[in-house]
Design a protein around this ligand. Structure first.
Ligand SMILES: Nc1ncnc2c1ncn2[C@@H]1O[C@H](COP(=O)(O)OP(=O)(O)OP(=O)(O)O)[C@@H](O)[C@H]1O
Ligand SMILES: [Mg+2]
Length: 265
């Protein structure tokens, strides 16, 4: 294992020398599960790709990977194959729509060995090398505030925290922010409030979270926007369709579109 880890560190050094590294890699996260990370990032990816941007979506939720299920697709080549040195990362993307490629994850099958940080470093330097082929690389992650998850997020260029408007979700968002900033210093955290009754409810939830982080953690968060609760979201997931493809004129799709404009630096 020590030899393998050494080799990984060497590979990282070589790979980070690449000058074409992508600079706008966004990863989604949440304190607790089920806030809508996978729904949001898939639909965000789809909408961006339909605007003509070349998008790569990577499912790095190794416990409960589900972008494949949401798309009703399977692939032999998952991120686990890459981590186990069986395939190259560039062999993994599957084109699911024009301009939209996905790298599928592994649900619970992947037992990462020791030296996880080195493995995450290697993974991200390899992902960045694919920056030539994409305008945007988006990363879905599992919920929770465990050390590996936080480290993984720290490797992205920006973090989008997906919360819901109820006070417990706002508190989870605060707990995430506190831990992440403590571990990795001052960073911009972008916030989406999902499953809201209306814009006002989402903005109030954001203000509550932002007031707490500003007061106690001396850090202001960036509000990306609100997404309403819509029964058709559940329906589209159940039917394994992309919501924004099927309901392109819905309020929720328009809200995701306006998040795309506010996320641009
Ligand atoms: N805007 C919305 N309106 C209605 N239902 C929603 C909305 N967003 C997400 N959901 C529902 O919430 C559930 C969880 O969504 P999703 O799987 O995207 O969450 P997640 O944060 O990725 O969960 P996990 O932490 O388990 O990965 C799904 O059943 C989905 O249908
Ligand atoms: Mg998910």
């Amino acid at each position: 294992m020590i030899g393998q880890a050494k080799r990984l560190i060497e590979l990282v050094k070589i790979e980070t020398q690449s000058s074409n590294a992508i600079k706008n890699m966004v990863a989604v996260t949440s304190g607790k599960g089920g806030t809508g990370k996978s729904f949001f990032i898939l639909n965000y990816a789809y909408q961006l790709s339909s605007m003509g941007e070349r998008v790569l979506l990577i499912d790095l939720d190794h416990n409960l990977a589900n972008i494949d299920v949401m798309l009703n697709l399977t692939s032999e080549n998952t991120i686990g194959g890459f981590l186990l040195n069986k395939v190259l990362l560039k062999e993994l993307p599957t084109e699911v729509r024009p301009n939209l490629d996905v790298i599928f994850g592994d649900s619970g099958k992947l037992q990462l060995p020791e030296k996880r940080k080195e493995i995450i470093d290697y993974l991200f330097s390899s992902i960045r090398k694919m920056g030539n082929e994409y305008d945007q690389i988006l990363i879905d992650t599992g919920a929770g505030v465990h050390a590996d998850g936080l480290y993984l997020l720290s490797k992205a260029d920006s973090v989008a925290l997906i919360i819901n408007p109820d006070p417990t979700s706002v508190m989870d968002g605060y707990a995430f922010t506190k831990l992440f900033l403590k571990e990795y210093g001052k960073r911009e955290i972008k916030v989406v409030v999902n499953k809201c009754d209306n814009e006002a409810e989402g903005k109030t939830a954001f203000d509550n979270l932002n007031n707490a982080t500003t007061h106690f953690l001396k850090t202001e968060l960036k509000y990306l926007g609100t997404i309403n609760y819509d029964n058709d979201v559940y329906k589209s997931i159940k039917e394994q369709r992309i919501f924004s493809e099927e309901y392109s004129e819905s309020e929720v799709s328009n809200q995701i579109k306006s998040i795309i404009s506010s996320i641009k630096p």
